[in-house]
Design a protein around this ligand. Sequence first.
Ligand code: SAH
Ligand code: SF4
Length: 359
Amino acid sequence: MPPACLLEYTRAGLAELLAGLGESKAFRATQLMEWVWKHRATDFSQMTNLPPALRETLAANCCLRPLQVVEVSPSSNGSATRKFLSRMQDGHLVESVVIPAAVGRDGGHSGRMTLCVSSQVGCAFGCKFCASGLLGFTRNLTAAEILGQILAAEEVAGERIDNLVFMGMGEPLANIENLLRALEVIMDPQALGIGARHITVSTSGNVPGLQRLAAFGKPLRLAVSLHGACDAVREQIMPVNKKWPLSLLLPALREWNRTGFHKITLEYILIKDVNDSMEQAKLLSKVAADLNAKVNLIPYNTVDGLPWVRPAESHCRAFRDALAAARIPVTLRYEKGHDINAACGQLRLRRTARNEHTP
Ligand code: SAH
Ligand code: SF4
């Protein structure tokens, strides 16, 4: 059995885990929680108020860091956005991106240190424009591996992370069990204590996952990768639309709205001659108005080996203006991190092949 990673336990969970290891004193769970989160302990030997025998038992059965940073790519344009690569215990690699003073896709909570978190190795949804989709699906990340990225990011940034966007590799709602488990710890004031309004979950439209996330009942921010305002256009670039077409997705989003959380953000990559016609702009305005949603337009980030082209800046502006004229809150954003392939949708494990030869 792989060691239990302490990151994915709430205090109640730690109490149970400790009881299973023969430690029944309730205050030990609180002490352990403090070591893990308040002190960000990386080794059991640091836990000086725990009896040595308990420290040894914990060291033999549990782990504190499920992944290790193996590479950090600094941004070359001085934006301080940094992508890092971490290796998990089974040797698989995962990428995450630290974005200071976020101008991320969550609407830009400026002044916050944002992490773009991955939820899977690869992705099964195979969107035709996406670097992660090109990889195919390898496996879900555990809750501990999702949480481990946050601690790793703090080491990379030298600061606490206080804003999360689930926009890295993978479809978070296809890994809903581990996502919810990680969110419990992320929001727990005794652990990371990041408020729901500082957490954005991005989905390509996984309807059952959306229903589970709504039932979770927390005021998270939701971003939906729409990228096409009618089935015919969406289907061309997002195979997921065959399984959950707009006739299923839009009612699920209306249902999400009934929970009274924040406005949904509709993400819309602009790809030349695919989804950037003025007719799509009109249809998109209708969808956004119906959902009372805001729209985030993202000029396509080029991915090596894919044929898609970013429209001219003037065309992107005209598309934005059409939405604005229909009174839809809309942003057009050129992203940080494009230069190091760290912009959303560009995450791809360039080192995968090398890693296969690593013991
Ligand atoms: N699977 C989830 C979250 C990860 S992708 C989702 O699809 O929403 C994060 C965002 O990056 C999504 O909106 C995705 O559509 C977008 N994206 C993918 N490839 C891109 C590219 N080449 N250029 C710009 N955005 C891209
Ligand atoms: Fe997966 Fe999202 Fe990429 Fe689509 S856009 S392949 S759902 S990561």
